[in-house]
Write a protein that binds this ligand. Structure first.
Ligand code: MG
Ligand code: MG
Length: 239
């Protein structure tokens, strides 16, 4: 879940992959994603993830449980192929999800590898009506001149900066600078890895409106997410 830091309301969600292997147990995405990027399986896997996320979001929207957006992480390889806009358009058509409900997260590192090409594809995706986010911001040596030409709506502050707030003064200063910069460029911020009340308060005070992390929820299975949405729905009906 992604939440409004001030109210705790769920404003969206990020779809995450987990692999439960019968032989090897639970394998994290940091292990299996690079393998799929090497052997090309990231393309069918990536397409499957977008479709599953869209299907699930559509079902929750139809039940009236959910009004935010669902974010899917995109690998640089999916963008480099160039047919991502067409794939997304097909999946939206097939699942019936409106484009405005889908957000794609692209890491800063990838954009900076091939900025001209990334900007072209991101523009095509934005023209479809999607929301775009830069993921893990602050870790990828962004060029600020590119940042202002990117068609992005959200910037996600990497959890490595949030983790050591308030202990690390440098991380606090960097976080403040990212928030100030994004605010003046009119880009909305999401803080990743929010774990403590102190961090939540600091982010609100500095002007970051949204966040995600263990302070609010750990990653949830779809059935658990549904219960959470139902609980929020009941609360809103009561209040
Ligand atoms: Mg992400
Ligand atoms: Mg991230």
């Amino acid at each position: 879940p992604k939440v409004d830091l001030a109210t705790g309301d769920i404003i969206g969600m990020e779809a995450l992959l987990r692999w439960q292997s019968p032989e090897l147990g639970e394998i994290g995405p940091e292990r299996f994603i690079p393998v799929t990027e090497d052997n090309g399986m990231i393309l069918p896997l990536g397409a499957w993830v977008i479709e599953e996320a869209c299907c699930q979001a559509k079902a929750w929207l139809d039940e009236g449980l959910f009004a935010g957006n669902v974010a899917v992480n995109i690998s640089g390889i999916q963008i480099r192929r160039g047919d991502l806009p067409e794939l997304v358009r097909r999946i939206l058509h097939k699942t019936g999800l409106s484009a405005g409900t889908l957000e794609l997260e692209v890491t800063e590192g990838f954009i900076m590898e091939e900025p001209e090409r990334a900007i072209k594809i991101l523009n095509e995706l934005r023209d479809l009506g999607l929301t775009l986010a830069i993921d893990d911001f602050g870790t990828g040596y962004s060029s600020l001149s590119y940042l202002k030409s990117l068609p992005i709506h959200h910037l996600k502050i990497d959890k490595s900066f949030i983790r050591d707030i308030p202990g690390d003064k440098n991380d606090m200063a960097i976080t403040q600078a990212i928030i100030a910069m994004a605010t003046s460029l009119d880009i909305e911020l999401v803080a990743e890895g929010v774990e403590t009340e102190t961090q939540r308060q600091f982010l609100i005070d500095e002007g970051c409106r949204y966040g995600q992390g263990y302070l609010f929820n750990k990653p949830l299975r779809a059935a658990e997410m549904q219960q959470l949405l139902q609980a929020q729905d009941r609360q809103q009906q009561a209040g």
